[in-house]
Design a protein around this ligand. Sequence first.
Ligand code: C5P
Length: 201
Amino acid sequence: MAFTIAIDGPAAAGKGTVGRRLAAHFGFAHLDTGLLYRATGRRMLDGEGPVEAAQSLRPGDLDAPGLRTPEVGQAASRAAALPEVRQALVDFQRAFAARAGGAVLDGRDIGTVICPEADVKLYVTATDEVRAARRLAELTASGHDIGYDEVLADLRQRDARDSARAAAPLKPAEDAVRLDTSKLTIEEAVAAAIAEVERVQ
Ligand code: C5P
């Protein structure tokens, strides 16, 4: 039976890590939907129109190198404000959510728009400073030369744009369970998420 877990929240709050670990724990598939928008943003930076890019994404686009940079994140966020771009990505996400073995999707509008009937909805947050420090550590570990202030400004700018847009803005679904990971280790955050899934399973 399809069992769907929707995880939403602002940039670098821990959605991806919690999503991946939850999926591994329950044997579900995991989709980081931000990659769809990042791949679209990447192709936009290469000169393609965002709508055409979103409509013709190929699986290989999702594991292209360099998708995690702030520059691509900003392009993704600009593309993501366009209703036609979002529309082009809906069917793929819904089909993924409906797979028989169970699925975890993380993004900004999974619990509100893509999977309003999800079995579990989590809204993962952390303070701006904690999120910036975590993202800085990730970027530095993968060889990027960037400072804390720049990372913090980037996250805040994307969150503001993602929250203010008319099309599927970033916001918690009414029935989402909030998980603030600011003071939690990864293990604690994952344990809290697992407990929430087990409560409804
Ligand atoms: O999750 P990530 O930070 O990689 O997402 C990059 C951008 O893609 C976000 O800032 C947001 O604008 C967009 N996005 C979205 N809806 C999703 C996932 C990501 O609008 N479900």
